[in-house]
Design a protein. Structure first.
Length: 204
């Protein structure tokens, strides 16, 4: 039999201190000793030394516990090494993914350039280009009735697209300059500003 504290100790009757308690006695049989949580609580709540059989159980529990701690430490070490190896592998994979993404972008741009070189637009005959270019010619210049005076018109000049067309490539330039009908109509826009003293000579 062993001594242990209960959860409700009794007040010491031979002492003047109100917070002085005497531990109550309780027994721990062999079944209680074998049950680890209860077995520990029996000793943790008592100052009595363990018996020979109890000491054997405690020492055995210490050995088992230390072996378990060593096994856990070993497992943690293995997992940390694995974690480090996986981190290294992940870093290598990320670097390779970035490199592959860059290669893919470069190759996609090159493929797009090759496709442009194979575009049917490059094989259009000059006669077809002429019909397309004629649709860009705006003549006569768009105009609307002026709101200032009913005898006046407001003109809306626009830049000729032919100047941009001829700069696309040599074939388009030859086509644009090779058909006089593209240049047979020219919009000339004159405003009051053109007749100022500084611009009059230029208009004339």
């Amino acid at each position: 039999m062993m001594l242990s504290h209960t959860q409700s100790p009794r007040v010491c009757s031979g002492c003047d201190y109100s917070n002085h308690y005497i531990p109550s006695k309780s027994s721990c049989d062999e079944e209680t000793i074998q049950a680890d949580p209860t077995f520990r609580s029996c000793f943790l709540r008592s100052n009595s030394p363990p018996s020979s059989s109890e000491e054997y159980i405690l020492r055995d529990s210490v050995s088992v516990g230390e072996a378990r701690v060593a096994a856990i430490d070993n497992h943690v070490t293995v997992l940390k090494e694995l974690q480090q190896a996986l981190s290294t592998q992940l870093a290598l994979i990320e670097a390779e993914l970035e490199d592959l993404d860059s290669q893919r972008g470069n190759m996609s741009s090159r493929v797009a350039e090759y496709k442009r070189l194979l575009s049917p637009v490059r094989r259009l005959p000059p006669e077809i280009l002429l019909k397309i270019f004629l649709d860009t010619v705006i003549f006569p210049m768009p105009r609307t009735q002026s709101q200032r005076d009913r005898y006046w018109w407001d003109f809306h000049p626009s830049k000729s697209a032919l100047w941009s067309i001829e700069l696309v490539c040599k074939a388009w330039r030859r086509a644009a300059l090779g058909f006089p009908e593209l240049w047979s109509s020219i919009n000339i826009f004159l405003s009051d500003e053109n007749f100022s003293s500084s611009n009059f000579r230029y208009v004339r």
